[in-house]
Design a protein around this ligand. Structure first.
Ligand SMILES: N[C@@H](CCC(=O)N[C@@H](CS)C(=O)NCC(=O)O)C(=O)O
Length: 251
């Protein structure tokens, strides 16, 4: 059985898993997750009957993997291609992944607050048949609020938290042993680059890899941070150009 990836095409958490699987040339079947409607299946697959569940989830012959980190490790064990987790650097890569989680959490809070204020962005979250139907924007807003609450998003301090993660990334790149262009966090491309590049989704989404509607793309964009971290956006774009490879198969 081909592993199946339950994912969201607009999500940087899912993008970490897709990039790792594709980078390791793992043959997998992507399947778009439907928030709320898909939750019962997710709970059943993960055997998790309470507490939050989220995607990406990889369904394998040996059970379900419920986190992008575990999925990337699966890719490292099963595929071929660049070594995503050089053993000597595993602890450092894990630290970068924790940093990425902090940046993504702040970015989620920032961007979803903007989505809540933009009717066009809310409409994009609805299935096409429901767009423009009276009352449906309020349903979409309810879904966004539910997501913010589910992940315990804080209302304050998110710009500073995101900027602090990006300052650390800038510093780590400056001190990296890499001699390549673009530089990588370790001497060679690894999962550290995949996970840290995702934080920049909430500064300005990349042109490829994630499918985000026009209004949501604008809501993810932070003009002030984009100016302040233009060097990191250029790094991320060069990383995508060099290492992201072919777009994912159609869901
Ligand atoms: N630590 C998890 C976090 C994943 C995560 O936050 N997923 C969110 C954003 S894609 C999600 O599933 N949202 C849909 C929902 O909450 O219904 C991972 O990296 O796999």
């Amino acid at each position: 059985m081909k592993p199946q990836l339950l994912h969201l095409s607009s999500s940087p958490w899912s993008e970490r898993a897709r990039w790792a699987l594709q980078s390791r040339r793992v043959d997998y079947q992507p399947r778009t997750y439907k928030p709320l409607l898909g939750e019962p299946e997710l709970r059943w697959r993960l055997r998790k009957w309470s507490g939050p569940v989220s995607v990406p989830v990889l369904l394998t012959a040996d059970g379900a993997l419920g986190d992008s980190w575990q999925i990337a490790q699966f890719a490292a064990r099963h595929g071929s291609g660049p070594e995503l987790f050089p053993a000597a650097d595993l602890a450092r890569i894990e630290a970068w992944n924790t940093l990425s989680e902090q940046g993504l959490a702040a970015g989620r809070a920032l961007s979803l607050a903007r989505v809540l204020r933009d009717p066009a962005a809310l409409a994009e979250l609805l299935p096409p048949a429901l767009r423009g139907v009276p009352g449906m924007e309020a349903v979409a807003a309810g879904g966004v609020r539910r997501t913010l609450a589910k992940y315990g998003a804080s209302a304050e301090g998110n710009t500073e938290a995101l900027a602090a993660v990006l300052e650390k990334l800038r510093d780590d790149l400056a001190h990296s042993p890499s001699t390549a262009t673009p530089r990588t966090l370790l001497a060679e491309f690894s999962y550290a680059d995949i996970t840290m590049a995702q934080v920049l989704v909430f500064v300005r989404p990349p042109a490829t890899g994630l499918k985000i509607g026009r209004a949501n793309r604008a809501a993810f964009d932070d003009a002030a941070l984009a100016t302040r971290f233009a060097d990191l956006l250029a790094w991320r774009d060069a990383l995508y150009a060099q290492y992201r490879g072919a777009p994912p198969p159609r869901p």
